[in-house]
Design a protein. Structure first.
Length: 127
């Protein structure tokens, strides 16, 4: 269950879980992320598993390296990182929806034209 208040949003995950999720979405191995953050692989592994927590200065470094806000990293507040594949898929779907709307408008115009012709032909045939 999610707990939402005016200032925070609990995404149901832990600090370690958010670190792992952000690292995965940044496509960084544990070793690569640890090197960029300036800690050992073991330290980062302990943070991700929840056996220990980073100090405030490392939270800021973590957020920068992982491309997330410190607030999200600490509490889950704010916008969570998304897979780049998701945003590409959303863009593609939006483009396809727009293309289909244009086609629907063209079809509607064609139907109106045919209906008008049909009315004209029906009148001519009845005269």
């Amino acid at each position: 269950m999610h707990d939402m208040t005016a200032d925070t949003y609990d995404d149901g995950d832990t600090l370690g879980g958010r670190i792992t999720r952000a690292r995965d979405l940044a496509s960084l191995t544990l070793e690569e992320a640890a090197s960029r953050i300036g800690v050992t692989d073991e330290t980062l592994s302990e943070w991700e598993s929840g056996r220990s927590e980073p100090r405030a200065n490392k939270i800021m470094t973590l957020a920068g390296v992982l491309g997330v806000s410190p607030a999200w990293l600490i509490s889950g507040a704010g916008e969570a990182p998304q897979s780049p594949g998701i945003s590409v898929a959303v863009d593609e779907m939006s483009g396809e929806i727009n293309r289909l709307r244009e086609l629907a408008a063209q079809i509607s115009t064609c139907i109106e034209t045919l209906e008008s012709r049909l009315v004209t032909l029906t009148r001519a045939a009845n005269d």
